[in-house]
Design a protein around this ligand. Sequence first.
Ligand code: SAM
Ligand code: SF4
Length: 469
Amino acid sequence: MLLPDRKEEATRDKRKYKTVKYNIDSKSKNKYKGKTFYLKTYGCQMNERDSETLVAMLKQLGFKEEKDYRKADFLLLNTCSIRENAHNKAFGMLGRFKHLKQTRPEIVIGLCGCMAQETSVCEELLKNYKFVNLVFGTHNLDKLPILVDKAFSSDERQIEVYSREQDLVEDLPVIRSNKYKAYVNIIYGCDKFCTYCIVPYTRGRERSRKKEDILKEVDTLVKDGYKEITVLGQNVNAYGKDLYDDYFMGELLEDIAKTGIPRIRFMTSHPWDFTDKMIEVIGKYPNIMPSVHLPVQSGSSRILKLMGRRYTRESYLELFHKMKNKIPGVSTSTDIIVGFPGEEEADFLETMSLVKECQFDNAFTFIFSKREGTPACRLEDFVPLEEKEERLQRLNEVVNYYFLENHKRLIGKTLKVLVEGISSKKNQYYGYSENNQLLNFTSQKKLKAGEIVDVMIEEAKTWSLDGRS
Ligand code: SAM
Ligand code: SF4
């Protein structure tokens, strides 16, 4: 049994890590033919991308995917720990699995991902969730074949959670959930340690993939007919800092643009590392989508300091306006936390005024959630929950107002849309514009998913646009 340790998770040193190739023992291939798995994924795009690898590894072992958890032989939750409600959802699902285990004791139940990296979660699983057979974390996902084998062949519970990053593994198998849009990891982990955030502990130190491995993956996607990639990392702008002296996110984006993939997106960008080179490259290449997610978290410099965000309201706004001026037609989205410990009404009003100034095209808004072991968890929090909820509501009214206003300006314009499919409404297609707006539209012609078409905007809604091709 190997349990995570928060202190070790927080350690950062220059310890070298190797890049190794994934390898599956030939005897394991198809060993579980006839068995089925159910996988549920919580959280961010990085977890979604990890799950695409989990699915591929399980299929190599011979498992078939089963969408109804009640019928599966192996049930796995790939979890998220960013906010408390993500925890609650996963524990709720485990509750349902418990009932199933009573009628089908032979099934194997597993939990992996960020929640597994939390000591308190592992302790809870050990004490009160004895029916969970397998627990592994974010650092040994590639060991799934061995871990599954142990879990199926032994009555002992398998709990193997490393506190520190292991080797960086390349050539991991993947079964992508979309034929035209793909996620490409470029950097793992985070070294920013924003005081509210659990990610630097659950995902470890920043480790960039080698540029050759990333470009090889993108080339393969181009050959396979993919139309869009989203370059992923907790902070993509830190790319290369741990690996190279003169090759960073701007250089990588430029090389990815040169592969000819029709659409490139990237997330998430921490404002601290957003360089002029990046702005120049995004503005220069038409296949880098003019859509930037730039989380601000708060409009108050005092709160930003308490959050450990390394920028002020003024420097954020300076970067924001520089981007708006230099990247033609750029759309912007953000993340905002309300009710951080110590946030006064005056701080909140600064967030409101920043939103009014930036007029974001999209925003993800959250109430601060206490994460055990983070510095913000120890700060005195005197704002009652009702007040935080009321602030969130006021904030959402303003952000929604700008979503709609920005959409209204597009009426009569023609946007390029990557067709994703047919929506439930008869004869309506849906897809995303270059600026990442969701469009529902009709067409005289029969369209195929993966096509990029022109759509004329006829109607604006808060969350989507209607039009015709
Ligand atoms: N790395 C990204 C950045 O720094 O901009 C953010 C990644 S995090 C998975 C996504 C968002 O979750 C954050 O931008 C933040 O708004 C939110 N978040 C993180 N920790 C939180 C917490 N303890 N309570 C509420 N929201 C949180
Ligand atoms: Fe969390 Fe901050 Fe890292 Fe983003 S940059 S993952 S908010 S610690």
